[in-house]
Design a protein around this ligand. Structure first.
Ligand code: MG
Ligand code: ZN
Length: 372
């Protein structure tokens, strides 16, 4: 009898332990991905870039968000060395070209090497392999980060040339600002018509696109004529854009997709040395991270990589900072810094992103995991 009671007690204790829910303070990293049923190799890759999102920006967002971020749900973490070919401090063009093409290049280069020769991007390789592709940004779609995946131009400042170059890459869905570089050009051409001729549904910046049906094989959504506003001033589209792009790319798609989503303006908060700007952009980005993780955890065939091109502002979180109330910032520059930035990964192949490596290795790892 005593033995039976003992066994029941042991069983009860085990059941109790096993049924404990994951709490916010759970120190266990989610590194048991196989048990969670992820595929061996990714069919899809989503690369999320927080422009200028170094550790201080992430930390500031976290402490101003009740000490919690969705980024904490990412299973594997690494560090990336961000330097450019010609400068220890990279800009966003060389930084994005490193992810897109796997090369170190000069600051300002959009998808070209140090000799200014075009280099095929991961997005173009995905297209070549019959996959679908997408670019989503909180800035003009010709801006350095998105452009480096779909254009080859020797300078980030040549917006009109970048726009033309992007027309040669059949990105399946593009969402961002920058309509005027298509239809209010110095050369007077209307490249929105060129988009339509090559099969795009074009939704211009005056249309309320968020609940519109996507009716073509390819979609270009312009969210602004020029630059979209900061999040705090009413730009709310990025989350919807991310969700709708994933839905669009994943629908009836056997071959898989590549999608880049950029939180573009974390960087601009850094350039402005404006901590409130950094924090609001960071929180918006992390909110979207949460939704993308929900998709990845359900889908099981999508690898999610989240990283930054560089840190911006040389931000320090100084004494007098208070949880949820204020960050007392210290800035060392209104430009970028050369500090390493974190790389977070979740899903099939995520463990490859542990460790310390060059930013160009992110391209190499993606290429290898796709099997190109
Ligand atoms: Mg950018
Ligand atoms: Zn910048």
């Amino acid at each position: 009898m005593k033995k039976i009671i003992q066994s029941i007690l042991v069983l009860l204790v085990f059941t109790f332990i096993a049924c404990q829910p994951d709490t916010d303070t759970d120190p266990q990293p989610k590194t048991v991905q196989k048990k969670e049923g992820y595929a061996e190799k990714p069919k899809n890759i989503i690369l999320m870039v927080g422009d200028g999102m170094g550790l201080p920006q992430i930390t500031a967002g976290m402490y101003m968000n009740k000490n919690k971020l969705n980024l904490e749900r990412m299973a594997y973490i690494g560090l990336s060395k961000t330097h450019a070919a010609d400068n220890l401090v990279t800009d966003s063009a060389a930084g994005a070209t490193a992810f897109a093409c796997g090369i170190k290049t000069y600051n300002g280069a959009i998808g070209v090497d140090v000799q200014k020769k075009p280099v095929k991007t991961i997005l173009e390789l995905a297209e070549d392999n019959g996959m679908k592709t997408g670019l989503v940004a909180a800035c003009v779609i010709q801006h350095a980060t998105p452009a480096s995946f779909a254009a080859h131009v020797d300078s980030r400042h040549k917006y009109e040339e970048i726009t033309e170059s992007m027309l040669n890459t059949p990105v399946d869905i593009m969402i961002g600002g920058g309509q005027k570089h298509f239809d209010e050009r110095v050369d007077k051409r209307n490249l929105l018509d060129s988009l339509r001729k090559s099969g795009y549904q074009v939704i211009d910046s005056t249309q309320k696109w968020q609940n519109m049906d996507f009716t073509s094989e390819k979609v270009a959504v312009f969210t602004a004529s020029v630059q979209p506003k900061p999040f705090s001033q009413g730009r709310k589209y990025l989350k919807k854009a991310a969700n709708r792009s994933i839905e669009f790319l994943n629908k009836e798609n056997e071959k898989g997709f590549f999608l880049m989503i950029e939180g573009s303006q974390i960087d601009w908060g850094g350039h402005a040395n404006n901590i409130d700007y950094v924090v609001s952009e960071m929180k918006e980005f992390d909110d979207i991270v949460g939704e993308v993780i929900d998709f990845v955890e359900k889908d099981k065939e999508t690898l999610l990589i989240i990283t930054a091109d560089h840190e911006t502002g040389g931000l320090a979180i100084n004494p007098k900072s208070m949880m949820n109330q204020k960050i007392e910032p210290g800035w060392t520059t209104d430009y970028h810094t050369a500090t390493m930035v974190p790389v977070f990964a979740l899903g099939p192949g995520a463990k490859d992103f542990k460790g310390i490596y060059e930013n160009t290795a992110i391209f190499d790892k993606m290429k290898k995991l796709y099997g190109f």
